[in-house]
Design a protein around this ligand. Structure first.
Ligand SMILES: Cc1cc2nc3c(=O)[nH]c(=O)nc-3n(C[C@H](O)[C@H](O)[C@H](O)COP(=O)(O)O)c2cc1C
Length: 169
């Protein structure tokens, strides 16, 4: 199936997770297009859902919310009836359920992995003073918190779900 993997990231880790997810979907035999939604992009202008069967949308979590670019991408996917799979990247003990706030999870049947959240990475390098003080306020420590086995299993689940969806009845 033709799949668009799109991500919204501020410091690059969600982009990296999206690359890994895209590689796994390719390895499972899908035709994958990889896209990044940048901060200044108008999401409706850059998100081309017309040529794909499904979209995977990843976004990082800041101040307890999924990046709004990812939320907008999901809203557009749902409005166009495109099968959507979503993941968030954050630090689980800071925001265990980003979906609880501004995340409209896909509701249609067959969407694997609703509301999946992967651990991200925190590094003070390259952060603004404001960002560093936010991290200090919540006592977040630098480190990589990504469970790559979980990412792989989820992406393989998406691939299997899509293969199932496209199989003749
Ligand atoms: C200033 C700042 C605020 C953050 N706030 C949250 C938060 O509220 N909840 C959360 O789960 N993770 C939070 N994080 C962790 C990020 O989601 C994590 O570092 C993630 O890997 C960032 O992804 P990105 O590199 O794609 O932007 C924060 C990180 C920073 C630097």
């Amino acid at each position: 199936m033709r799949i668009l993997v799109t991500t919204a990231s501020r410091h690059g880790w969600t982009r990296h997770v999206g690359d890994v997810v895209a590689d796994i979907l390719r390895a499972e035999g899908h035709d994958v297009t990889r896209q990044v939604i940048n901060e200044k992009d108008v999401v409706a202008d850059v998100l081309d859902l017309a040529q794909v069967d499904a979209v995977v949308i990843g976004g990082s979590v800041y101040t307890k919310t999924w990046l709004s670019r990812a939320t907008t991408a999901l809203e557009l996917a749902l409005a166009s009836g495109t099968r959507a799979y979503t993941f968030a990247v954050g630090v689980l003990d800071l925001t265990p359920d980003p979906a609880g706030r501004r995340w409209t999870a896909p509701r249609s049947a067959g969407n694997a992995g609703e509301r999946v959240v992967f651990g991200g990475r925190i590094t003070r390098d390259g952060l603004s003073v404001r960002e560093k003080s936010l991290l200090a306020a919540v006592r977040a420590k630098d480190g990589e918190y990504t469970d790559w086995g979980g990412v792989t299993a989820w992406a393989q689940g998406v691939a299997a779900d899509l293969a199932h969806a496209s199989a003749p009845a």
